[in-house]
Design a protein around this ligand. Sequence first.
Ligand code: SIN
Length: 288
Amino acid sequence: MATQALENPAEIDTAGLIITPLQPTIGAEVSGVDLSQPITDAQRVAIRAAVVKYKVIFFRDQPLTTEQHAAFAGQFGPLYTHPTTHHQSSNTAIHSIAARDEREYGDRFKRVLDSGDAYHTDTSWRLVPTWGAVLRDINLPEQGGDTIWVDANLAYEALSDELKQRLEGLHVTHNFLGALKAVGQEYPIVAHPVVRTHRESGQKILWVNFSQQPQILGVELSESKALLDEILRQYKRPELQVRFSWRKNSVAFWDNRATVHYAVRNYADFPRELHRILIADEPLWADL
Ligand code: SIN
């Protein structure tokens, strides 16, 4: 039987970026740019547009130093230093994500599987959360340790009309006090709308952080729990996700306002490590 080659879905944009979508609405692989070098204005605009359009973009074969990582991220806004960062690096915005804590992860595979991650966004506990994040690998297990991103607009759109109506106007808490207190800091417990409107794409975003003790305000606790269960069920649908398998010298750049993510902890006690840099948003957008 004759076979027909599939058409290459990659698009080449005006800045010379080669963009290959990975899933229908979320995730694209981007090449045609060297992230270790200063990028042009046209490349910066094109990369930012790709992050907003695809919600998370991935680069391969980009060996970066800490300084180059920070210089790249710094072209998309001020770098944000997270209060829980252990400053091991020359740049204070470099946040090491490493599953090394014996109490949390243990050295037994089952315990690692049991603990798992939670679908979350970064710094949603702040009144003005960081808008973007740039993550690169430092030390990867031979297998496992993928990261999943959920298209939080599709998560909203795919809800039943009845559920959309029930969520209308509701706010949910983002409570990071425990982790903050552990490093001698405090922050009021913030509540954001459960459904936010993305200020660049105009899309409706289902935005709950399951690592920050979410509680929906203004309804009975049982109703809050039932609604949160529905939202979590939605996030877990593979149809709404893109899953990225890390390889040496990979970079992920995502829109924190349009996604939630989940790190897959299936690599036992391997000391997986990634470096993340968060990009601050404009204070003006406090209500988003
Ligand atoms: C994160 O949660 O910000 C990083 C995700 C990962 O470790 O894969």
